[in-house]
Design a protein around this ligand. Structure first.
Ligand code: SAM
Length: 214
């Protein structure tokens, strides 16, 4: 059997994958969000959550009962989400670099939490993958600054690269509390982690206005 097929099998049959399947979650990533939320308390009943890079949908499955039917969850991904989700969760197909935060905020209102599990297509070229991940992280942060209510929370995945100290500093400037966190359920050998920001500072909100390029 080809090496990549063996790796695929290992990937598909690890414990978190089997647990997610048994618990009817769309992916193993749900356990990372569960850990992040247990530590940082990002969701509350009636909350309004924007999930960037939401496919196949396990984070939305986790968020749905946390915010309840009074809440609103919007997921965005390059790929269409095909799982069944409750009525208070909607998904959109799209690229976050083309998303217009001004129009988005006008349509859905402000959010209490923005989460991003976005990752680039990894190529094996570590500096290139880090750069792609940093760009996705920074775009998620930009959208959060335009779409979060003051006091809102944020978490996003990042592959730690050369810009990490600058990015951590901008998280500290943006949120009252900013921390790096690596969930225990992260796959061994992965260089990903999450940055978590609690409490958007009032001065950190960027008004996307009506600018069509915003
Ligand atoms: C690790 S998966 C997310 C898993 C998801 N959190 C879950 O629990 O099911 C990362 C996702 O980021 C998406 N993504 C990457 N770049 C994107 C972009 N520019 N715009 C929107 N989504 C993007 C990918 O399509 C992929 O589905």
């Amino acid at each position: 059997m080809a090496k990549h097929r063996l790796r695929d099998r290992k990937f598909r049959h690890d414990a978190a994958y089997r647990r997610a399947k048994k618990e009817q979650y769309a992916g193993r990533a749900v356990y990372k969000l569960e850990e992040i939320d247990a530590k940082f308390h990002l969701f509350k009943p009636g909350g309004r959550v924007l999930d960037l890079g939401c496919w196949p949908g396990s984070w939305l499955q986790f968020v749905a009962p946390k915010i309840g039917p009074e809440g609103l969850g919007i997921g965005v991904d390059l790929k269409a989400v095909s799982i069944d989700l409750p009525d208070h969760i909607q998904t959109l197909e799209g690229d976050v670099f083309k998303l217009k935060p001004g129009a988005f905020r006008k349509k859905f209102g402000a959010f209490t939490t923005v989460i991003s599990d976005m990752a680039p297509q990894t190529s094996g070229d570590r500096p290139g993958d880090q750069h792609g991940s940093e760009e996705l992280f920074l775009r998620a942060l930009e959208i959060a600054r335009a779409c979060l209510k003051p006091g809102g929370h944020f978490t996003a995945k990042i592959f730690q690269g050369p810009r990490f100290p600058v990015i951590l500093k901008s998280m500290r400037d943006t949120f009252q509390e900013a921390k790096a966190f690596r969930p225990a359920s992260t796959r061994a050998g992965s260089f990903e982690q999450y940055l978590v920001g609690r409490g958007l500072r009032a001065g950190a909100h960027v008004d996307p206005g009506e600018d069509p390029s915003a």
